[in-house]
Design a protein around this ligand. Structure first.
Ligand SMILES: Cc1cc2nc3c(=O)[nH]c(=O)nc-3n(C[C@H](O)[C@H](O)[C@H](O)COP(=O)(O)OP(=O)(O)OC[C@H]3O[C@@H](n4cnc5c(N)ncnc54)[C@H](O)[C@@H]3O)c2cc1C
Length: 416
């Protein structure tokens, strides 16, 4: 664990301290925010209740949208060698049992088709998104933070926050204190800071659980990502390297519990549940434990308080149906970065209400659209009533045959 510098723990008001941005929470969002702001020339301290430099093992992945890759490029952190991304060249979205739909994707976006001029939808001649293993992403971001000289403070569980005219202070459970000009709360869905800042939030329990696992298959996936809306819940398959794919299966919680128990009893029985939906992938086998994530929506009523701003899941923890939580957070922190940089260039107090309010407005508008889309998509496909089933089938077909609509959804998915 990195020990904090002594002058940061004294609580003494020094100019250096009051120019600092304190980022609370070193999840993927906190790490990315620290790089973005350090690159923009701000002095950054990144703190976490655990070890900041921890690198998760396990096989969880994140689908990075093309827009996130673009921003990573601007931040000089996109490095295909280190991230080993697996590109998504095609996305098939369909309703119903997957196996029957392979060549009838109700919505079918393909970079390849558009590149050879067959599709009417514009897509750039590179991937629509990239699957990256979380442990590689985390290690890579940590390397950059070290190179940038970002101060990291581990074992710092925030328990109190006080803002005044000169700065903002965070108090840890062990009595340590950090002081800065601005605090960014990236402490996750159940954010303590959000509560301490007295920012209320809207919560919705989906009564669903996402089962996540990695499967090996004997046939190649051709870099296609599948999202199948089946009775019981959407099933996504995301292409990884070496004939592996990540499964994200959102199910009513009781069913998810039963399937998870089945996977512990017999990995083969779990694999055969999936096998029927993806026959063209050949023999499927489970190569990781099945992990379960209970699903809920948490949306903060506002994103800012005096000298504080919420980022990532602390601001809005959304349904993973479209794999957009991290991508949305990256767009949000980019908005904040631009507002802070502009205010600083104009010689304004970059931590003040006007700057934070402007970033809040822009980010809330963007997040509102994404929350609405994921929430409605989930509601639409949760029900199995016949008229709704027919209606959503028609809706998907309509999207597939109307290029502007198709383009709109593709841009949303790509984060462009
Ligand atoms: C099944 C599933 C699949 C997903 N797939 C995708 C995907 O493909 N693409 C995508 O874009 N998004 C995806 N997401 C969403 C994405 O994983 C999250 O949006 C993102 O990881 C949130 O990161 P975060 O840093 O905001 O929060 P967290 O990862 O929760 O990090 C919060 C950090 O704050 C620290 N902390 C908490 N409390 C305190 C405290 N009091 N004091 C100090 N530190 C504290 C914690 O230790 C932790 O390190 C998925 C989510 C799920 C559940």
């Amino acid at each position: 664990m990195t020990k904090p510098a002594a002058d940061q723990l004294s609580g003494a008001k020094s100019l250096a301290q009051e120019q600092q941005i304190l980022i609370a929470g070193a999840g993927l969002v906190g790490l990315t925010a620290a790089i973005a702001l350090a690159r923009a020339g701000f002095a950054v301290t990144l703190l976490d209740r655990g070890e900041v430099e921890r690198v998760s093992d396990g096989l969880l992945t994140t689908a990075l949208a093309a827009g996130t890759k673009q921003l990573f490029g601007e931040l000089q952190v996109w490095d295909a060698g280190a991230l080993n991304p697996s590109p998504i060249m095609q996305i098939q979205v369909a309703q119903g049992a997957a196996g029957a739909q392979r060549h009838l994707g109700l919505i079918d976006w393909s970079v390849r088709d558009s590149a050879n001029g067959q599709a009417t939808v514009h897509a750039p001649p590179h991937a629509m998104g990239y699957i990256v293993e979380n442990h590689l992403l985390r290690r890579h971001l940590l390397n950059h933070l070290q190179q940038l000289g970002v101060q990291m403070v581990g074992g710092f569980t925030v328990t109190a926050v006080t803002a005044d005219d000169f700065g903002i202070s965070l108090l840890a459970s062990d009595g340590r204190q950090l002081r800065g000009a601005l605090v960014l709360a990236a402490d996750g869905r159940n954010s303590t800071l959000r509560d301490l800042l007295k920012i209320g939030c809207h919560r919705h329990d989906y009564h669903q659980t996402a089962l996540v696992a990695v499967m090996a298959h004997s046939q190649p996936h051709d870099q296609v990502a599948y999202e199948y809306f089946m009775a019981g819940g959407p099933l996504a398959l995301l292409p990884m390297h070496n004939n592996h794919s990540q499964v994200v299966w959102n199910l009513p919680t009781a069913k998810a519990d039963a399937f998870k128990a089945l996977s512990t009893e017999s990995a083969d029985a779990f694999a055969s549940l999936l096998q029927q939906h993806f026959p063209w992938l050949g023999q499927l086998s489970l190569v990781s434990a099945v992990q379960a994530y209970p699903l809920n929506l948490v949306r903060a009523n506002r994103l800012h308080a005096p000298r504080a701003f919420l980022l990532g899941d602390a601001a809005h923890g959304i349904h993973p149906i479209a794999g957009q939580g991290f991508n949305l957070a990256v767009r949000g922190l980019n908005i904040l970065r631009q507002e802070l940089v502009t205010a600083r260039q104009l010689g304004m107090a970059w931590w003040d209400e006007a700057t934070l309010m402007a970033a809040d407005k822009l980010q809330s508008r963007q997040a509102g659209r994404m929350i609405m889309a994921t929430h409605q998509l989930n509601a639409l496909f949760e029900t199995n009533l016949l008229p709704i089933r027919v209606g959503r089938g028609l809706g998907l077909n309509l999207v597939n045959h109307l290029p502007p609509l198709k383009q709109f959804f593709m841009n949303q998915a790509m984060g462009l």
